[in-house]
Design a protein around this ligand. Structure first.
Ligand code: F0G
Length: 459
């Protein structure tokens, strides 16, 4: 787009979905009924849903047309060929296994390569990645660069992995015990921050030297390619797709949750270069997902993925996508809202510990902000702090997470500029009230993944 200040949504809307507008009094009651846990809220009671960018994209007219052309044959469907071609075109990896979502691909690949005594190393393993690795008996080690852990510090590629530590960890564990290095692009758990091509190449060189397998967790690959083009010397004249192709060319395989950058509501895949691993994984695929030419997907899903994987690399789309996320983050920052800087690709991460410095970590400042955002403006967000990652010591005292963040994850092609302007206005109220907000107490919690089902009380 030319040099205008306003970035228009590069699409028109031809079908709409009603948002139920509620009052503050209603929302107070809804939140109380949901035990102050926004995962327990019905979506109808939410006005702006920033819980996740996963599976929440709006599909295009072309994708919907593709849905009607889905070939639902059990074997060798034309939809499978279209998806395989789109994925091969991007990754250059010979083998592609369709799965119902990203974590199914993780379970198959990391379950097969993992097991007791094995180690995986990543910039940061996403929760389901870590869970699948640990479930196999293997260990998952995160080694992001130091800059990635400092919310306020500017660094163009805060998602990078620490290359010195990578080599050191491989030597310590013994290369034969390292089942794989997983580069997550962009680094979701680290604030949606990108990884540079230089860093990705550094990983490739180390993996080659020690004969260790190298995988991309590529669910936000197009968003990562945008940052490389605009921030890394030598890439300004490459297309986003060429940059993504180069990232894939360095690796032995990839895991994709198509619910993000393939612009669909459900789906995923696994790609591999190595035939032996591919055959073993295909056998596992057939046991729990489905036959190798559909895995966990319908023909229509495969059609929509094939189309979405092309649309996501269109430059007007990507520019709008990354700039609109940054627009929200930059406005909030200018208002004095403490947040992870610079703004990542798919989400704005608020530093709730800095915002509510009167609330101690064992009273969950992140969850307090999640509740305030909902009551004030009907905005649903997600705590990524001590509710999600906190543990207890033997005296039942909280061992807090390293940060108390709240993620505003932006669904793709769903909200317009005025929705975002509204969110900014809600934050003006949040800022006016920030000194009187109180903490949160957990009154009921499960043993695992407590953020999903815990019940809370406001203090
Ligand atoms: N890897 C990354 C980096 C992810 O962000 C996710 C999902 C997965 C793997 C798993 O994919 O959900 O299709 O099974 N992230 C979602 C989120 C849930 O809200 O960030 P899945």
């Amino acid at each position: 787009m030319e040099d205008f200040k306003t970035i228009i949504e590069p699409f028109r809307i031809k079908m709409v979905e009603q948002i139920q507008v509620s009052t503050k009094e209603q929302r107070k009651q809804y939140l109380k009924d949901a035990h102050y846990n926004t995962f327990l809220l019905d979506s109808e009671k939410v006005m702006i849903d920033f819980l996740t960018d996963s599976g929440t994209s709006a599909m295009s007219a072309n994708q919907w047309a593709g849905i009607m052309q889905g070939d639902e044959s059990y074997a060798g469907a034309s939809s499978w060929h279209k998806m395989r071609k789109a994925v091969y075109d991007l990754t250059g990896h010979e083998f592609m296994l369709p799965t119902h979502q990203g974590r199914a691909a993780e379970r198959i690949l990391y379950g097969y390569l993992g097991g007791v005594g094995k180690t995986f190393i990543s910039n940061t393993h996403f929760d389901t990645t870590r869970a699948n690795i640990e479930f196999s008996g293997a260990e998952a080690i995160d080694i992001p660069i130091e800059e990635g852990k400092l919310p306020e510090l500017y660094h163009p590629f805060k998602g990078n992995i620490d290359l010195l530590l990578l080599e050191k960890t491989i030597l310590e564990k013994g290369a034969e015990n390292v089942a794989g290095v997983i580069l997550t692009v962009t680094n979701n758990s680290g604030g949606g921050q990108p990884v540079s091509m230089e860093n990705a190449k550094g990983v490739a060189a180390i993996c080659k030297k020690y004969h260790v397998k190298y995988f991309l967790d590529c669910c936000r690959i197009a968003e990562n390619a945008y940052f490389i083009k605009h921030r890394e010397a030598g890439y300004e004249n490459k297309t986003y797709k060429e940059i993504a192709q180069e990232l894939f060319s360095l690796t032995d395989g990839s895991i994709m949750s198509a619910k993000k950058d393939a612009l669909v509501n459900m789906g995923g895949f696994l790609t591999l270069k190595d035939e032996t691993i591919a055959i073993a994984c295909k056998n596992l695929l057939i046991i729990t997902e489905g036959f190798s030419t559909y895995g966990g997907l319908s023909g229509r899903d495969m059609e929509a993925i094939a189309i979405g994987l092309k649309e996501v690399f269109e430059s007007d789309y990507l520019h709008y996508r990354i700039r609109s996320t940054a627009f929200l983050g930059e406005k909030l920052r200018a208002m004095g809202v403490p947040l992870m800087w610079p703004i990542g690709g798919h989400a704005v991460y608020i530093d709730a510990k800095a915002l509510y410095n009167q609330i101690p970590v064992n009273e969950y400042p992140g969850q307090a902000l999640v509740c305030e955002l909902y009551v004030t403006g009907g905005i649903r967000s997600c705590e990524i702090g001590s509710v999600m990652f906190g543990k207890y010591d033997e005296n039942k005292n909280l061992i807090p997470a390293s940060m108390e963040l709240v993620r505003l994850a932006i669904p793709r092609r769903v909200y317009t500029q005025s929705h975002i302007e509204y969110v900014i206005e809600v934050f003006e109220k949040i800022m006016q009230n920030k000194d009187v907000v109180k903490g949160i107490k957990i009154i009921e919690e499960p043993a695992f993944l407590r953020h999903f089902t815990s019940k809370f009380q406001q203090l």
